[in-house]
Ligand binder design. Structure first.
Ligand code: S3P
Length: 175
């Protein structure tokens, strides 16, 4: 059973790339944020607001364990903060292959739509300058966790197709 955990900062493309990767590799696609929203019957913003971040992180952790132990080959798109919570990175490294999709704050800021900012509680209400400053500082805090991933892809100069090919090769080599 293959489990590929895509990790990286908010807006780096984990969900859109994950969906395409799963299709190309004949695997199932699981988006952790979407699964939690569905099960809770609430948006991520509302879960953060009404239940608090700790509640969300506990749900995230339980889902990592659940998907890691589930039947079948899967591409799992994780939330950007999951790797930085408790020993989630160690667990994901034990349960499957972790692939870090690295992009710079400037690159991510230029890709994020107004809706993309609005739906993420940590980015909501920031102007362009504040967004890049927040992401740069927050990314630096998370980098030590992200860099525990078994594989790191510098996405800046790569197309989606190239990134997907690269991940499929990594997975093949590790079979
Ligand atoms: C978060 C990232 C989000 C989502 C939540 C918190 C974070 O996921 O889990 O808003 O702390 O970085 P994406 O990386 O899919 O945006």
């Amino acid at each position: 059973m293959k489990k590929i955990f895509l990790i990286g900062y908010m807006g780096c493309g984990k969900s859109s790339l994950g969906r395409k990767l799963a299709k190309a590799g004949g695997m199932e696609f699981m988006d952790m944020d979407s699964i939690i929203e569905q099960r809770e019957g609430a948006s991520i913003s509302d879960i953060f607001y009404y239940q608090g971040e700790e509640y969300f992180r506990a749900a995230e952790r339980a889902l990592i364990e659940e998907l890691g132990a589930a039947e079948g080959d899967m591409v799992i798109s994780t939330g950007g903060g999951a790797p930085a919570w408790e020993d989630n990175m160690e667990r994901m490294n034990t349960l499957g292959a972790t692939v870090y999709l690295r992009r710079t704050a400037v690159q991510i800021a230029s890709r994020l739509s107004p809706h993309g900012r609005q739906k993420r509680p940590k980015l909501r209400g920031l102007n362009d300058e504040e967004l890049v400053a927040f992401m740069t500082a927050n990314m630096a805090e998370r980098e030590p966790f992200y860099s525990k991933a078994k594989h790191c892809i510098d996405c800046a100069q790569m197309s989606d197709v190239e990134i997907i090919e690269h991940i499929l090769q990594i997975v093949k080599q590790n079979e």
